[in-house]
Design a protein around this ligand. Structure first.
Ligand code: BG6
Length: 505
């Protein structure tokens, strides 16, 4: 008799080793919304060790007691699982608060001394993770000071650095940041987070491609007509105008999250699933993408939303959002075509589209296959069959579907469009963890497969560098407007129409 539900079974989860997890920017949005809830959920799953310390580092005065209270509130508000009153006191004891100004170099000596005391009292064996959840301008400052205080050294214990995007704002600044970081921390100590890689369905791209014998043979230019990747959001910029005005859609989502999807869809099979084997193949794919130089600017469409209706609600245009310049040139939408110049993908366009205030939230990868070499069916038979499309739905309603045609019932040989559908929600009886849970656990366990390597980041920026530097002056990159609640400007449709194709809606 089965004693466990086979739908819930999974590989043994890996308990994290003893460690101190120190968060710079402890009272900020990222820590409150994502990091603390993720660590709490790891604790609930029994994946944090007894010997663990969670240190919040912030400028504001505070105490352990106060920090525990603030953390409880954040977890109550943002955790996917409710606070368990019986288990909370143990988690609360992990929490400590350390007040310091991260730009003051002299404060780090004191921090180092205190962490050494904590190593003993919490029995963390000297293992440390430093998580930079601060504004990016502080990254180089903190890294240099950590180095000067000897906190990057690994003497019989690990010292790891986690940084959040944006990793620079163009190729030159990314190289500069990488140089600063790698002057202090060796590459194996650095964990660059792209939270898309922590999503179960993004990891599933690898399993789907390389775990099934029938997929690889057709995953190439002989059978694939094109690939469409959409990251659509119905939300606007919320209260992040300051950040978004500087960033824009291309830097915020396309040049990192979406390029991770492109890399996973397009890469060659790795030698094995070791971190560097997977990342080597991703980098190779990214380097094979034709950089978007002036000759390719017509393959890029930049848009910005104006006021419109979303889900029955009238919403303001981007330029009317609080904190946005009335003549802002920041794009909230990008559509573009990329060409991958290698043997597998030569001539197969990859179309990418991302925007805020689009009709609904959806992230998906659609692989459209070529039509049969001869068409037997005509308008008289009820229409020419649409091409096969395989859709990897990343979110929401995670799953995979394949569109094909089947004979419609009746006396005639009429092709009808049907789909085969796999849905995570019905196939697996298990709530997937949040992306940050997986990533923080991997970092504690020293597995960097799902983190971006230095050369990966630089290869991504290299593709977009010229667009970023010319977007303010080149007429081909001029901003096009679209009402909120629509699928972007008409120019994005033309990008595909001129090649006899259309976006999925
Ligand atoms: C973040 C961007 O990195 O990713 C946001 O800064 C964006 O602007 C978000 O909304 C999208 O992530 P998700 O997980 O909601 O698809």
């Amino acid at each position: 008799m089965l004693t466990t539900n086979p739908l819930r079974a999974g590989p043994a989860e890996r308990l994290a080793p003893p460690a101190t997890f120190a968060i710079f920017g402890a009272t900020g949005d990222l820590a409150q919304r994502k990091l603390l809830p993720a660590l709490y959920n790891l604790y609930l799953d029994g994946l944090l060790p007894e010997a663990f310390a969670l240190v919040g580092i912030g400028r504001r005065p505070g105490s352990d007691e106060h920090y525990r209270e603030a953390t409880l509130q954040a977890i109550q508000q943002f955790s996917r699982r409710a606070v368990d009153p019986a288990r909370w006191p143990r988690f609360a004891r992990f929490l400590h608060y350390w007040q310091m100004d991260p730009s003051d170099g002299t404060a780090y000596e004191q921090l180092a001394r205190w962490l050494a005391i904590l190593d003993v009292s919490a029995e963390t064996q000297g293992n440390r993770v430093f998580y930079l959840a601060t504004p990016p301008s502080l990254f180089p400052v903190i890294v240099r000071h950590l180095g000067a205080a000897g906190l990057a050294e690994e003497r019989g214990a690990f010292a790891r650095l986690v940084i959040e995007k944006p990793f620079g704002h163009d190729l030159a600044s990314a190289r500069e940041l990488n140089a600063v970081v790698n002057a202090v921390f060796a590459e194996h100590q650095v964990y660059r987070i792209d939270h898309y890689l922590g999503k179960e369905t993004v990891q599933n791209i690898l399993v789907f491609r390389f775990g099934n014998g029938i997929i690889e043979p057709i995953w190439n230019r002989r059978y694939v007509d094109h690939c469409q990747i959409t990251v659509a959001e119905s939300s606007g910029i919320g209260s992040r105008a300051g950040f978004y005005e500087e960033t824009g859609a291309l830097r915020d989502v396309v040049a990192n999250h979406m390029m991770q999807l492109v890399a996973l869809v397009g890469m060659e099979p790795p030698l094995d699933l070791q971190a560097d084997s997977v990342r080597d193949e991703k980098v190779k794919l990214l380097r094979a993408i034709q950089p978007l130089g002036p000759a390719q600017f017509t393959n890029v469409v930049r848009g910005q939303y104006t006021a419109g209706w979303i889900g029955g609600e009238w919403v303001p245009g981007y330029r009317e959002e609080p904190g946005v310049a009335p003549d802002s040139q920041t794009e909230t939408f990008v559509a573009l075509k990329l060409l991958v110049e290698n043997w597998r993908w030569a001539g197969v366009p990859f179309y990418l589209r991302h925007g805020k205030r689009l009709p609904r939230r959806v992230t998906e990868i659609a692989i459209q296959f070529k039509e049969p070499p001869r068409q037997f069916f005509s308008e008289a038979d009820g229409g020419r069959p649409p091409p096969n499309v395989l859709v990897l739905r990343i979110q929401p309603d995670e799953g995979i579907s394949l569109r094909f045609v089947a004979k419609g019932p009746g006396p005639a040989l009429t092709p009808r469009e049907v789909t085969m559908d796999f849905r995570y929600a019905t196939s697996f009886d298990r709530d997937p963890p949040e992306a940050y849970e997986r990533l923080l656990l991997d970092c504690l366990n020293g597995d960097s497969t799902l983190f971006a390597r230095r050369d990966e980041i630089e290869a991504m920026w290299a593709i977009f560098d010229q667009v970023l530097h010319h977007q303010r002056e080149d007429p081909a990159l001029a901003l096009h407007f679209y009402p909120a609640g629509t699928w972007g400007p008409a120019e994005a449709d033309h990008l595909l129409q001129r090649e006899g194709r259309a976006w999925r809606t």
